[in-house]
Design a protein around this ligand. Structure first.
Ligand code: SAH
Ligand code: SF4
Ligand code: F3S
Length: 441
C-alpha cells in the first residue's frame, strides 16, 4: 500500500532545498506527498530557529498534530532542520508523541530512520555533524522538477559568527561545493527548461575561499553566465565584508545577472556593527553601495536590519535610519532582536524595554514603507522584461513572472509563454506585486 507524507517547511532557502531533497528521498521509498496532515502516515516539519518566534512556532504546529495522532496512533511525527539541530534530545523529551528528530546534516538518513520507526516503533535521533568529505559527497543535487526558476546550492554552513546569529551553530562550518559539480547541475537544469538560477548559501561571497584551488565566486558567476539556456542569474545571501570589486563589476558586465542585490546591513551604527561582529563599518558599506550603483545604475538593493540589538542607543538607531535613506533600499526585512542560545550576544545585557524596541521598529517600517512605495511606483507605465514562471493563482489565462528586480507581475497571456522573457507594461503597482499588460512587439 502506498504511504503518504505531509511536509511543512519554515525558514530560509537552505531549508527549501533540503525539503526538496526530503521529498525526493521519501518518494524513493514509496511515499507520496499529500496536502493535509490528517491524510498522512508521516508528518514532518523542517524547522527554523533564527529567532525565538520561529522556534516557538514549531511547538505550536506540533500541538496541532497531537489530536491527529490520538485518532491514528500509527502516525509518525518527525522534526528536522535548525530547531532539530539545536534541541536534539530535548525535543524528544518535551514532546512525548514525537517519533524522530533529524539534524541539518542528516537529511540523507531520513528513509532509514522512518523505516526504523515503522518496523521497530522506536524513537530516533540523528543530529551528528558530518565531516567535510562526507558533506561534499552529500551536497544536495536535484535534477527533477518542472519549474522555470531554481535554487542551486553553492555552499553550506557559515563561519562568520555574527554575534546574534545561531546559524553557525545549527548549520556547522562553511563548505563550498566544487565548481564543476555546480556547473554540471546548472547545465542539466538548463536542458530541462530552467531559465533562472539563484545560487544560494549563507554567504556566497566567500565561496571557494577555503577550498584550495577553487575559483572565487565572481568567476563562478562568469561560468554560469556562459551556460546556454540560462537567461537570468541571481545569488543570495551576500555578506558585505566579502563582496569583492570583481563581483561588483559583474553587475556591469554580465547581462544575465539581475539588477538586484540583497545586501544585509543589520545596522547603520559603527558601534553596533562592531558588537555584531559584522566586519565592516558604515562607511565601508556605503562605499560598496556607491560602487554597485556606479557599476549598474539600475540596481535595486534590499537589506535585513535588526532593531533593538543589546545596548542600541537612540543615536545608533538614528544612524540606521540615515543609512537607509542614503542607500534608498527597495525593500528591507526588519527584525526585532531575539536572543539566541549559545551566541555571543546572548551574554550581553539587554536593557532596552520592549516598548522602546517596538517604537523604533515602527519608525523603521514607516520610513521603509514610504521608500519602497516610491521606488516600486516608478515602475508604473514602464514596459519591463518579465520572465514568465507559470500560471497565476488568479485564474485561467493569468500568468505570473518576475522583473529583473524580483518583483512579481501578474498579467493575461498564453501558457505557451511560460519560460520566456516577454515585455509587459506595468499598469498597477500594489504593495507586493505589479499588474501588467503583455506588449506584443
Ligand atoms: N546569512 C544571511 C542570512 C541570515 S538569517 C546573512 O548573513 O545575511 C536572515 C536574517 O535574520 C539576518 O540577516 C538577520 O537580519 C536576521 N537575524 C538573524 N539572527 C537574528 C536574531 N538573533 N534576532 C533578530 N534577527 C536575526
Ligand atoms: Fe548568521 Fe552572520 Fe552567518 Fe549570516 S553571515 S548566517 S547573519 S553568522
Ligand atoms: Fe532558519 Fe536555519 Fe535558515 S535557522 S534562516 S532555516 S539556516
Amino acid at each position: 500500500m502506498e504511504k503518504r507524507f505531509y511536509l511543512e517547511t519554515f525558514g530560509c532557502q537552505m531549508n527549501v532545498v533540503d525539503s526538496e531533497r526530503i521529498v525526493a528521498l521519501l518518494e524513493g521509498v514509496g511515499y507520496r506527498q499529500v496536502a493535509h496532515a490528517a491524510d498522512a502516515d508521516l508528518v514532518l516539519l523542517n524547522t527554523c530557529s533564527i529567532r525565538d518566534k520561529a522556534e516557538r512556532k514549531v511547538y505550536g504546529h506540533l500541538g496541532r498534530f497531537k489530536p491527529i495522532k490520538d485518532e491514528n496512533p500509527s502516525l509518525i511525527i518527525g522534526v528536522g532542520g535548525c530547531v532539530a539541530q539545536q534541541e536534539g534530545q530535548r525535543l524528544l523529551d518535551k514532546i512525548p508523541y514525537l517519533d524522530l528528530v533529524f539534524g541539518t546534516h542528516n537529511v540523507h538518513k531520513l528513509p532509514e530512520m522512518v523505516r526504523d520507526v515503522e518496523e521497530n516503533r522506536v524513537r530516533c535521533l540523528e543530529t551528528e555533524f558530518l565531516d567535510r568529505e562526507t558533506r561534499l559527497r552529500l551536497f544536495p543535487e536535484r535534477s527533477e522538477g518542472d519549474t522555470i526558476s531554481r535554487f542551486v546550492t553553492v555552499m553550506q554552513g557559515c563561519d562568520n559568527f555574527c554575534s546574534y546569529c545561531i546559524v553557525p551553530y545549527v548549520r556547522g562550518r562553511e563548505v563550498s561545493r566544487p565548481s564543476g559539480q555546480i556547473l554540471d547541475e546548472v547545465r542539466r537544469l538548463a536542458e530541462q527548461g530552467v531559465r533562472e538560477v539563484t545560487l544560494i548559501g549563507q554567504n556566497v561571497n566567500s565561496y571557494g575561499r577555503k577550498e584550495p584551488g577553487e575559483i572565487p565566486f565572481a568567476q563562478l558567476l562568469n561560468k554560469v553566465h556562459e551556460i546556454a539556456g540560462i537567461e537570468r542569474i541571481r545569488f543570495t545571501t551576500s555578506h558585505p565584508k566579502d563582496l569583492s570589486d570583481e563581483l561588483i563589476g559583474c553587475f556591469g558586465s554580465l547581462e544575465k545577472l539581475c539588477w538586484h542585490l540583497h545586501l544585509p546591513v543589520q545596522s547603520g551604527s559603527d558601534t553596533i556593527l562592531h558588537k555584531m561582529n559584522r566586519g565592516y563599518t558604515r562607511q565601508q558599506y556605503l562605499g560598496i553601495v556607491q560602487r554597485l550603483k556606479e557599476a549598474c545604475p539600475q540596481i535595486r538593493i534590499t537589506s535585513d536590519i535588526i532593531v533593538g540589538f543589546p545596548g542600541e542607543t537612540e543615536q545608533d538607531f538614528d544612524d540606521t535610519l540615515s543609512l537607509m535613506k542614503e542607500v534608498d533600499y527597495a525593500d528591507v526585512f526588519s527584525f526585532l532582536y531575539s536572543s539566541r542560545p549559545e551566541t555571543a550576544a546572548a551574554k550581553l545585557s539587554d536593557t532596552l524595554t520592549k516598548a522602546v524596541k517596538q517604537e523604533r521598529f515602527d519608525r523603521l517600517i514607516a520610513l521603509q514603507t514610504e521608500t519602497s512605495a516610491r521606488i516600486w511606483a516608478s515602475d508604473q507605465g514602464k514596459v519591463l522584461p518579465v520572465l514568465v514562471e507559470g500560471e497565476s493563482r488568479q485564474g485561467a489565462g493569468q500568468l505570473f513572472g518576475r522583473t529583473t528586480w524580483n518583483r512579481i507581475v501578474n498579467f493575461t497571456g498564453d501558457r505557451k509563454l511560460i519560460g520566456t522573457i516577454v515585455p509587459v507594461r506595468i499598469s498597477r503597482v500594489y504593495k507586493n506585486s505589479h499588474l501588467g499588460d503583455l506588449k506584443i512587439a
